[in-house]
Design a protein. Structure first.
Length: 361
């Protein structure tokens, strides 16, 4: 939040590196946000965001897009906020942004802000088109949850030559078609959730322009648990429509990795406060979302420079604890400034490697 900058306003290391006596007052940040008062200015900010990301993505490598939406509750009369689906604060107005992530690196690729009474699929087509246009690659694929189960969304990916896997909504016509699949078409599989069966077949919903491939997974249902529409003949079902011609099990495993997108959204909220709404105007709040996701990307790229061999990413809170909130002493000796770190600081090697890398920039 802008007022958090009050704590570093006179930080000696930051002010020395910037050549300032002190940082600007934190109240100026809200004034700067309010300069983003039109969509045209937002597009200029998004171009900066895109340039940072595209420099780290190689066009020669396959690119996986994870599209999702989230709810940001507001506590006032913010412009364009509205009452809609809100799983945590029922009846409160909110925003309902769309976000896109790179499935491999976790980088935030794009984001747009919408009123809270919109569905996940609302304005999804132009958002998908914009995101795909900004990140070209030889091979591209996308994963989306059932909120994006729309013929228009599928046609967009097909026109853009981008493979997709979309989880399907539970409707009666699909359920009837699944129950007609012969027993011999099912194949046994095993994963972290236990034993299951999988199959694939051609299906055309009433709202679709043509038939498409659908992968279905079913599991034995616990009779004591709460049952759903899909629970027929002792099984629970999940279905995925896809344009990819992979083995059904590969389709299922590919989609399951999409769950990481939800963790990235949680990190955006917990580590960068993307759900904290700083102004009453719509476009400044959209700019706030983009700026915080840009900061999130910068931290991911910094981690890559610090720990190139690391197998997992650190959360913002963990990164701050390991690399930022450590005791240090800035001293002036022999005409130059020296930053002294604790002798037993366990991350000194990584810290100084990054320092040397930054000095060469």
């Amino acid at each position: 939040r802008p007022f958090h900058f009050e704590g570093i306003q006179n930080d000696p290391v930051i002010t020395h590196k910037l050549g300032l006596d002190h940082l600007p007052d934190h109240t100026l940040f809200n004034k700067d946000l309010k300069r983003f008062d039109s969509e045209e200015k937002l597009r200029q900010l998004l171009r900066v965001h895109w340039e940072i990301v595209r420099g780290s993505l190689k066009r020669s490598k396959p690119l996986v897009f994870d599209f999702d939406s989230t709810v940001e509750t507001v506590y006032g009369n913010q412009e364009n906020s509205a009452v809609g689906y809100n799983p945590h604060k029922h009846g409160r107005p909110s925003y309902h942004p769309l976000v896109a992530y790179d499935g491999a690196s976790g980088l935030a690729l794009n984001a747009t802000l919408r009123p809270g009474n919109t569905a996940a699929v609302t304005d999804a087509v132009p958002f998908v088109q914009e995101t795909l246009a900004m990140y070209p690659a030889k091979k591209r694929s996308a994963r989306l949850d059932k909120g994006f189960d729309s013929n228009e969304v599928m046609e967009t990916f097909e026109e853009e030559d981008c493979g997709y896997v979309i989880k399907m909504r539970c409707v009666s016509t699909l359920g009837a078609a699944v129950l007609e699949i012969p027993r011999k078409k099912w194949r046994c599989i095993s994963d972290e959730e236990g034993e299951a069966e999988i199959t694939a077949f051609r299906y055309q919903a009433s709202t679709w322009s043509r038939a498409r491939r659908v992968v279905v997974v079913r599991r034995k249902t616990d009779e004591a648990s709460q049952r759903s529409f899909w629970d027929e003949w002792g099984y629970s079902y999940s279905a995925y429509v896809t344009s990819l011609n992979w083995h059904p099990l590969d389709i299922y495993n590919f989609y399951n990795h999409r769950g990481n997108a939800e963790n990235l959204i949680k990190e955006g909220k917990a580590g960068f406060g993307i759900d904290q709404i700083p102004t009453g105007e719509f476009y400044p709040n959209w700019a706030n979302l983009v700026l915080k996701l840009t900061a999130y990307n910068v931290l991911l790229l910094l981690q890559k420079a610090l720990m190139p061999k690391a197998k997992s990413r650190l959360t913002a809170a963990t990164f701050r604890r390991l690399f930022v909130t450590i005791p240090g002493q800035l001293v002036h000796r022999s005409g130059r400034w020296i930053l002294k770190l604790p002798r037993l600081f366990p991350r000194q090697t990584d810290w100084w490697r990054a320092r040397e890398a930054f000095a060469r920039c």
